[in-house]
Design a protein around this ligand. Structure first.
Ligand code: CDT
Length: 317
């Protein structure tokens, strides 16, 4: 009998949590911090470094900007651009890939502008292999001065159109951003494409003005949704925060690397710049995908019609 050894599919991943970014911090200052974390991760054997949502600036949707000049300064028109090129260059030199969240501004040939809350996956050769536009934009579209701080993502971004995945780092990689992690649809749409590792950057204030009664559950909810999403789809999840007190707004940390079992295998303990590192075996996904969450064998799509035909809940009369 011939024995066929399989090549292990390990990905050494770093969740590169960021502490606060001040409104006055320049891109150059922030990129320096990102490169520092990237180098530390490389020194510890990582080949993939995951940065948070909107990792190049402060979380600007917390302010209402009447002037678009002020607002436009937070968006990137090219990636890499002159200020982010050093990150791409250093990562390529080290042979390290990364995930980066940023605000993206594009212009169509007819002059129409589009603004997205974007995340990209960059391979070890410096190529962008997956680009994702945030689908679930939380908050509100109009100025609401009663709030302690604004959450104007619905004003400053348009929603993305779907969840794609890419073959990279020896497996099937997916991207989502912050509020997406609270929605089971996010994980399942990628689960249906065989995703094996989902990267999710976030900026989550401890205080949620419309529901302050949830404030002391914010870390519990953070881990609850990512652990459930990982287990129910047999995938790794890497959740990475921008955290700490940013411009007077307290944001949760809790960056974590979660196995397909739903267990947290590495986590940050501070609310500053910090790495959480894990050697992730992509083949740990297999037993979940082949047994309890064997979609082909067990899903019952005839019963799921409402998921795509209906948005709000309609309780019985
Ligand atoms: N950035 C982002 O999406 N933040 C939202 C805040 C919503 S308050 C519960 C989040 O889901 O974390």
């Amino acid at each position: 009998m011939r024995y066929c050894a399989r090549m292990p599919r390990f990905v050494n991943v770093a969740a590169a949590q960021l502490g606060p970014i001040a409104r006055t911090d320049t891109r150059a200052q922030v990129v320096k911090r990102l490169i520092e974390l990237l180098q530390q991760a490389h020194a510890m054997g990582c080949t993939l470094v995951v940065f948070p949502e909107l990792a190049l600036t402060t979380f600007f949707p917390r302010w209402y900007f009447a002037s678009s000049n002020e607002l436009d300064a937070f968006y990137e028109r090219e990636m890499p651009g002159p200020e982010t090129q050093p990150l791409f260059d250093r990562a390529r030199q080290l042979g390290v890939g990364f995930v980066l969240g940023y605000a993206e501004l594009t212009t169509d040939d007819d002059g129409t502008e589009h603004r997205f809350n974007t995340s990209i996956l960059v391979d070890q050769q410096g190529n962008i292999v997956l680009r994702y536009h945030k689908v679930h934009l939380p908050g509100h579209a109009e100025h609401e001065p009663w709030r302690r701080f604004q959450h104007l993502e619905k004003r400053y971004f348009e929603p993305g159109r779907g969840f794609g995945v890419a073959r990279a780092f020896g497996g099937v990689m997916g991207l989502a951003i912050c509020n997406d992690r609270r929605w089971s649809e996010t994980y399942r749409v990628m689960g249906l494409q065989g995703v094996e590792m989902i990267h999710i950057g976030y900026n989550t204030p401890v205080h949620n003005p419309p529901a302050p009664e949830h404030d002391n559950l914010s870390m519990f909810h953070n881990h609850l949704v990512m652990q459930a999403g990982a287990y129910q789809n047999g995938t790794w999840v890497v959740g990475v925060a921008k955290s700490g007190c940013e411009e007077g707004c307290e944001m949760i940390g809790g960056s974590a690397i979660i196995a397909p079992s739903g267990e947290i295998v590495a986590a940050c303990t501070t609310t500053g710049d910090e790495l959480a590192i894990a050697r992730c075996d992509l083949d740990l996904c297999n037993s979940y995908k082949r047994s309890v969450f064997n979609f082909e064998a067990h899903r019952q799509v005839h019963a799921y019609g409402r998921i795509t035909s209906q948005t709000g809940a309609t309780p019985p009369k």
